[in-house]
Design a protein around this ligand. Structure first.
Ligand SMILES: Cc1cc2nc3c(=O)[nH]c(=O)nc-3n(C[C@H](O)[C@H](O)[C@H](O)COP(=O)(O)O)c2cc1C
Length: 163
């Protein structure tokens, strides 16, 4: 009989201050002061590393949420800063960091990831997304690209970085 050596790889999503559940911050025992708190992120990352997680996923939504408690604040800290800080405070775990291709410059992104790659011993990955939120475009003071232009731009952007 052949031995089944399949292994599951675990990743932890850093997409919200209190997890994916929008009401989680109301749970008993949750410290609502951990938003936005890089020290809490570092603690979670170190715990995930200890628990043999393979990677963390750092999402990004560069648009403010209403200040009326109708939304749980999430993805508030800039992902390159968050990822770099976490990588300096961990030893083995990988970090997949989100950067939108629609709202950044390829050369800047290439420099950032190359630097973090060297600094972390190859533990950074890029979640390359187009970005499609009119709210974010509004915050950045630019027009949202139409879908076709987004993907043409995305393809060229990623190709440039891979070279
Ligand atoms: C795996 C995955 C992760 C994503 N992460 C983010 C994210 O962190 N932030 C974000 O604004 N959009 C994220 N997106 C959404 C993309 O930016 C984009 O809005 C979505 O893929 C639809 O794009 P389109 O309308 O250009 O087809 C993610 C999409 C995928 C598939």
């Amino acid at each position: 009989m052949t031995e089944n050596k399949k292994q599951m790889l675990l990743g932890l999503g850093f997409t919200g201050a209190y997890g994916a559940n929008a009401k989680a911050w109301k749970s008993e025992g949750v410290n609502s002061n951990t938003y936005p708190d890089i020290k809490a992120d570092i603690r979670y990352a170190q715990l995930a590393e200890k628990g043999k997680f393979q990677f963390l996923f750092v999402g990004d939504f560069p648009g403010a949420v209403p200040d009326d408690n109708s939304h749980v604040p999430s993805m508030t800290l800039e992902p390159i800063i968050t990822s770099t800080t976490i990588l300096q405070q961990t030893k083995h775990i990988g970090v997949a960091s989100t950067v939108h291709t629609q709202w950044n410059f390829p050369y800047t992104v290439a420099r950032q990831f190359k630097g973090i790659d060297l600094m972390s011993g190859g533990r950074i990955a890029w979640n390359a997304v187009t970005g499609s939120s009119p709210k974010v475009a509004e915050h950045l003071g630019v027009n949202l690209m139409d879908s076709k232009s987004r993907y043409e731009n995305h393809y060229e952007f990623v190709e440039f970085i891979l070279k």
